[in-house]
Design a protein. Structure first.
Lengths: 163, 341
């Protein structure tokens, strides 16, 4: 199982990071997730769903952690990582990566599960334990919010270009 | 790829992964002094099972030898996939076989031959008929890691349903509904599944499938009918019909006064019946907010109805909306809307 966990570690850690927004808390969530996986592996009936099952545990641990700490993290204190492979100035790149972190977790998590993990609406609904309609609604709202925020960034960029 | 999905990918790719710390957490968690870990007899059984599972998952990626691959290529086919499903488990696809575009693209690796038999692009949804030839038993159904994508369009919703077919392997139908801003005359589709798996086995491989599908020109019927109640309006914009699909486009418009707090959400949905009394589900494909939306809930939706009774002359839509607030959800039922077929 160590091998399997190591194969999934990057995906798992990044999911935790999306929720916790800093390395320290994301590592804490990662550790709790691994422990919970070891404790409850006997409950996994179908090995084909190992990856989805891990993600579900990671999200549950993240939400528990957020509720426990009742964290309200202001944007300024986000530990935003460096960005690779996006052209533009450092300021522009920072703006672009901020937009996903600025979204409420309910939107960012469905967007990440859908467009980064390539899961279907049904799979996401299963992971998050919510109706498919809620996943669809949050996907559309999340995309719409992202679009609006991106538009804001590009408008700012254009404004800067005009100066 | 559009900006939004690229940003999601770039943001995820840019998260620095403290790989060594993660490895050390995993390794330490398996040691006897792991934090908050309780080893009991019962749990030990779990670890043994876990080890077995690990072997079975990793063991799924066995390479097939050339003789096996040759045998697979000689397996019988089931004929037209849409016809096969139309006459068995999915009557909604009965007519698809005759009107769909022949694709005939295949990709083979690890003894698994993926074939895109036919496809339909109706302006909203792309429906693909797929066979997977293999001698291995992956389980009762098949899933893929990686969905087909449409070049230049944002990914939207996707779904797949595969069945085991004796003497072939698997056959299934994949539907994808990208977020089109303008309906193209043709879509270029790429599909690079990295892995396929069922409840018994999985296999990672290198399959690449690229093909194009032309738009089946729909008949557009403008509706412009609006129903309104309790601060929510639903504007029925148009219907797009092809011989294979029936798509309805509608917009929900919400009074800003309903949205005093950030948590209130509104979702307009439809049910439909025809003049013969048949009932239809109207699952929506997806929606978006346009730039000029008055409120964040002013969403535009499209929904598809399959398998309309050919003898029906009229569809009656029964619109309803769910207003979710922190105090609970409230349903609003609107007047029916009739559409001539």
């Amino acid at each position: 199982m160590q091998l399997l966990l190591k194969e999934e570690k990057e995906k798992l850690y990044k999911m935790a990071f999306i929720y916790m927004k800093n390395e320290h808390d994301a590592l804490e969530v990662f550790q709790q997730t691994v422990l919970e996986v070891i404790e409850s592996i006997h409950q996994l009936r179908n090995p084909a769903y190992f990856s989805t099952w891990l993600t579900r545990i990671c999200i549950n641990v993240s939400l528990k952690e957020i509720r426990k700490n009742k964290k309200i993290v202001p944007m300024e204190s986000y530990s935003i990582p460096d960005v690779v492979e996006i052209s533009g100035t450092i300021e522009e790149r920072m703006d672009l990566t901020n937009v996903l972190y600025e979204l409420d977790e309910k939107y960012s998590s469905v967007l990440v599960l859908r467009f980064y993990h390539d899961l279907t609406v049904i799979q996401i609904a299963d992971i998050l334990g919510c109706p498919e309609g809620t996943v669809k609604t949050n996907l559309h709202r999340g995309l719409a919010l992202l679009k609006t925020k991106l538009k804001g960034v590009y408008m700012d960029e254009r404004r800067n270009e005009n100066y | 790829m559009k900006d939004e999905t690229k940003i999601i990918e770039d943001t995820m790719d840019s998260i620095p992964v403290p790989s060594e710390k993660l490895d050390s957490i995993i390794e330490n968690s398996f040691k006897s002094n792991a934090p908050s870990r309780k080893r009991t007899g019962k749990k030990l059984a779990g670890y043994v099972l876990a080890a077995t599972l690990a072997i079975s998952i990793l063991g799924g990626t066995i390479l097939l030898n050339p003789a096996m691959a040759n045998m697979i290529s000689q397996l019988p086919v089931i004929g037209n996939v849409f016809d096969y499903f139309g006459s068995t488990s999915k009557p909604a696809y009965k007519e698809f076989g005759q009107l769909a575009t022949d694709v005939g693209r295949t990709a083979e690796d690890k003894g698994v031959l993926i074939n895109i038999d036919q496809g339909v692009f109706d302006g909203t949804t792309i429906t693909l008929a797929v066979t997977v030839q293999t001698t291995k038993n992956y389980g009762s159904t098949l899933f893929f890691n990686g969905w087909p994508s449409v070049e230049g369009e944002s990914a939207g919703n996707a779904g797949a349903s595969f069945e085991k077919v004796k003497g072939l392997g698997y056959a299934g139908i994949i539907t994808i509904t990208p977020q089109f801003f303008d309906t193209p005359d043709e879509v270029d589709i790429n599909w690079v599944p990295e892995m396929l798996f069922g409840d018994k086995k999985e296999v990672k491989g290198d399959w690449k499938l690229n093909f194009s599908l032309p738009l089946i020109e729909p008949e557009v019927l403008t509706l412009n009918k609006q129903v309104e109640k309790d601060g929510v309006a639903i504007l029925f914009k148009e219907v797009r019909k092809t011989p294979l699909t029936f798509n309805i486009y509608y917009q929900q418009l919400v009074d800003p006064a309903l949205l005093e707090d950030d948590w209130t959400a509104v979702e307009a949905e439809l049910k439909a019946t025809d003049d013969l009394g048949n009932e239809y589900e109207v699952p929506y494909n997806g929606g978006f907010t346009d730039g000029g939306a008055r409120t964040r809930e002013d969403l535009q939706w499209s929904a598809t109805i399959h398998n309309i009774d050919p003898l029906a002359t009229k569809l009656i839509f029964h619109p309803f909306a769910t207003v979710s607030t922190p105090d609970g959800a409230k349903k609003i039922y609107f007047e029916d809307i009739e559409v001539e077929l």
